[in-house]
Ligand binder design. Structure first.
Ligand code: NAD
Length: 332
């Protein structure tokens, strides 16, 4: 079997190379896009990370393809409907970073609540007014967790450790967990209205596109913080900018941004078929980055050594299971 890996770093290649005896492996550090599809043309298996968009049109150029193993939990970068139509199996990595992403969520929350990022900026500029850096305790504050799945539940546990009250919104509810961890489910509107900090942990689906739109952002407590480590398009970025500028939101911790996949490599912008969209995303990002009360990490929440290793181990297991005719972590 020929397997093409995209977006792999050297240490990942070194880990993966001995795992597939008898297979021909191709490793590409760059993401897959229409300009390098050729490199995967003969492959039966394709392994990508989230910056490789695989569209129906791309699949038409990959006639041998039988399996896509994405080294991520989310699959919104893949046209899974088109895969299903062409009988291409898709497997993901459902468990690798629950605690990892939850820990990063608190890195963002604490950066905002204790002005870590602002303190650094002020120190670099030689400014020493302590009053501008006064933060707030998490203890006794209300955390609104939107999406209490694998990551969300770790966020709830950590929040309870800080002595926070937790309100949660999810389309599915688990009353046993709520009782065990002492949190309360509530409608989204109530979560937004009562939370001091709101954190998003739902997948990106048509139903969750701009889940936080202009109307919903107006429902938040004035000065609340918003943290998004899930997917950028859960939030309407123009509405987010307005809410931050007007003080409706007191700050934002963002690991993900709408359109981030379009602006990863700025030099590619001009040649992108979605150049206008990419430029818009770039302008919005630079507006956000200028703000003192915005903490930004570039889709880095999953990126711990332990989590990266778990991703590769599951990816290997997914391919080997498929070769044996077994279904493991299949989403298609
Ligand atoms: P999960 O599937 O375990 O949990 C998602 C939860 O969201 C579920 O409880 C589900 O019922 C709920 N949900 C689904 N639709 C909803 C809706 N319309 N409204 C409210 N709740 C809804 O997923 P997870 O493993 O916890 O991951 C959550 C998301 O985090 C992923 O989909 C992915 O996009 C993102 N993620 C980001 C990173 C990163 O590095 N920033 C890493 C991993 C995952």
């Amino acid at each position: 079997m020929k397997i093409a890996f995209f977006e792999v770093r050297d240490w990942e290649r070194d880990f993966l190379a001995p795992q597939f005896p008898g297979c021909t492996l191709y490793f590409h550090p760059e993401r897959l896009d229409s300009s390098n599809l050729e490199a995967a043309a003969e492959s039966e298996c394709l392994s990508v990370f989230i910056y490789s968009r695989v569209t129906a049109a791309d699949l038409d150029h990959l006639p041998q393809l039988k399996l896509i193993v994405t080294r991520s939990t989310g699959t919104d970068h893949l046209d899974t409907a088109a895969c299903r139509q062409r009988q291409i199996a898709v497997a993901n990595v459902p468990h690798y970073g629950e605690n990892t992403v939850a820990e990063h969520t608190f890195a963002l929350i604490l950066s905002l609540s204790r002005n870590v990022h602002k303190s650094y900026r002020h120190a670099v500029e030689g400014r020493m007014e302590m009053a501008a850096l006064t933060g707030f305790d998490l203890k006794d504050k209300t955390l609104g967790v939107v999406g209490v799945g694998r990551i969300g539940i770790h966020v709830v546990k950590i929040a309870r450790g800080f002595g926070m009250r937790v309100l949660a919104y999810d389309v599915r509810q688990d009353s046993f967990l709520a009782e065990l961890l002492n949190f309360t489910y509530a409608p989204l509107e109530q979560v937004l209205a009562e939370s001091d900090i709101i954190t998003l942990h739902t997948p990106y689906l048509p139903a969750t596109h701009h889940l936080l739109n202009r109307e919903r952002l107006r429902l938040t407590k004035r000065g609340a913080l918003l943290v998004n480590t899930a997917r950028g398009s859960l939030v309407d970025t123009d509405a987010l900018l307005e809410a931050l500028q007007s003080g409706q939101l007191g700050g934002a911790g963002l690991d993900v941004l709408e359109g981030e996949e379009l602006i990863r490599e700025e030099h590619e912008l001009l040649h992108s078929p979605r150049a206008a969209e990419a430029l818009q995303a770039l302008v919005r990002r630079s507006e956000l980055l200028k703000m003192d009360n915005v903490v930004f990490t570039p889709h880095n929440a999953f990126n711990s050594r332990e989590a990266m290793l778990r991703i590769l181990e599951t990816t290997v297991a997914n391919v080997l299971a498929w070769q044996r005719g077994e279904e493991l972590n299949r989403v298609v």
